[in-house]
Design a protein around this ligand. Sequence first.
Ligand code: PEP
Length: 250
Amino acid sequence: MVARTFFIGGNFKMNGSVESIKAIVDGLNAANLDGVNEVVIAPPALYLLDVVRNAKAPVQVAAQNSYSEASGAYTGEIAPQQLHDAGVPWVILGHSERRSLFGDSDKVVADKVKAALAAGLKVIACIGETLEERETGVTNQVCQRQLEAIAAVLEDKDWKDIVVAYEPVWAIGTGKVATVQQAQDVHADTRAWLAKRVSPAVAEATRIIYGGSVNGKNCGELGGAVDIDGFLVGGASLKPEFIEICKTHK
Ligand code: PEP
């Protein structure tokens, strides 16, 4: 059995300032994180370079988005090659806010994932169903459709650089966390899908993390589920409790 390193991502979304983000990074640097968990924070693009310079191991850095082209006339976009050049090792792609507000379709997400990997980045690839989809019983279909678009552009070797984030849309920023059973069920089904679609070895090794109203109080219980390999944390990543979440141990 492969041990999957527990993974904590912090997605600051469009929040923070030079000062407040420096305070978060200083707090993490001073927190004596033992390096057992992989910790990756995603500030807004404007602050990435500051965070790359200030964050100390084991804290790593992610962008919240990147484009599917290497350079050119794409005003407002950032190329994955530019992130790599600036020392940013990770990127979050397919976040539900990108999908619902900025038109990132399954195909767009897949193209971005492919380009990011080609540029040498590692990817936190987000999937997840809306409340309506859950209520109509198509949660797995939706998650697997989103993941299939990504799987279709990957080779087996690429999966080592992918973390899958299961983020039910109804749980993001709502305070309505999935129950441990709800999350575990989707994680187990996603892992089973990966075993069939890609390979048992990839299914065993790929981290599947949960996102949606994770906080300092619920992280311990969620992290104890066998197929939950970490978290993608939004709101709570801006608060002191993020340090406690980063210290969650299996
Ligand atoms: C997120 O934005 O990825 C997220 C999970 O947000 P929150 O933790 O605030 O629900």
